[in-house]
Design a binder for this molecule. Structure first.
Ligand code: ATR
Length: 273
């Protein structure tokens, strides 16, 4: 049977095996999907061994995405732009192809929630790996402006400069942010420490859409905060997780699974519904 897995550390709580098993059942594909948690310094070796032993493809998650970028034979254009690889496929001619489906997953999830990106004014919080992966797919949707704000302003400036060939993208400090945004995307890891990005409450209004790439059984700190300040449309990163997986599955198997039912099952599994 064709074998796939996700590499990460820690990875025990990954939802990927659950999601891909449901995709396989739904599309009647014969495959198995497991977990691998190599020590951080032996990831390269573990990856090689997996493919030497007949593995067909894998996902890569924290903290291995940047390392995977350097280990594959060939990169997709979107992985090259993201500077990170979350999906690897062994092609029929034996080439390890590195791809990145995170940004496409975000855009697909935003669209499935009915968020309009074309001509919109988007605020992206954070300038780490998650922000970098999101930029090209977001700019491809032709927003009128995309502003990056980050605690360490120099990193936001660097990202804006790197992606300015793809659209109108600028960097501002949190203090400089002004005017009305249509969509705020939180790509920071602040919620992991129960913290909030230092965003002025005045930027939140009833018609704004709020997206947090993090998720949990209950609202993230950022979503709770945005709701308190009047945001009516809030979304967490669970949909992005399922959509990036669907994109990876499509890369591997050439067949696109449906995501709605799988997302519902995942929510039930997490105790959200
Ligand atoms: P990831 O790959 O998930 O993006 P990362 O590369 O470590 O992770 O980036 C984390 C992002 O969250 C950074 O933009 C970080 O800001 P700095 O560049 O200033 O470190 C941001 N971040 C983390 N904790 C934060 C907090 N409490 N408030 C605001 N931003 C925070």
């Amino acid at each position: 049977m064709d074998r796939y897995l996700v590499f990460g550390h820690p990875v025990r709580h990954s939802k990927s095996p659950f999601i891909h098993t449901l995709f396989a059942r739904q599309t009647q594909q014969e495959l198995e999907y497991g977990l691998a948690e190599p020590a951080v310094d032996v990831f390269a070796q573990a990856l090689r061994t997996f493919f030497d032993q007949g593995g067909k493809g894998c996902n890569v998650t924290v903290p291995f995405k940047e390392q995977a970028f350097t280990l594959v034979d060939r990169l997709s254009p979107r992985a090259k732009r993201a500077g990170a690889v979350n999906t690897i496929k062994l092609t029929d001619d034996g080439v390890l192809l590195g791809d990145n489906t995170d940004g496409a997953g975000l855009v697909a999830d935003l669209k499935s929630h009915g968020v309009t990106l074309a001509d919109s004014r988007i605020l992206l919080l954070g300038a780490g790996g998650a922000a970098r992966g999101a930029l090209a797919p977001l700019l491809a949707e032709l927003p009128s402006e995309l502003v990056i704000a980050n605690r360490t302003h120099a990193k936001a400036q660097q990202l804006a400069a790197e992606f300015c060939d793809l659209g109108h993208v600028t960097a501002q400090t949190y203090e400089q942010l002004a005017g009305s945004f249509d969509l705020v995307i939180n790509s920071t890891s602040a919620s992991l420490q129960g913290e909030l990005p230092p965003l002025a409450p005045a930027l939140i209004h009833t018609d704004i859409a709020i997206y947090d790439m993090m998720y949990g059984a209950s609202d993230t700190a950022f979503i709770s905060w945005a709701k308190q300040h009047g945001a009516r449309q809030t979304m967490d990163g669970l949909g992005m997780l399922v959509e990036q997986a669907a994109e990876a599955f499509t890369v591997w198997r050439g067949i696109r699974p449906g995501t709605k039912q799988v997302l519902r099952e995942l929510k039930r599994n997490l105790g959200v519904i």
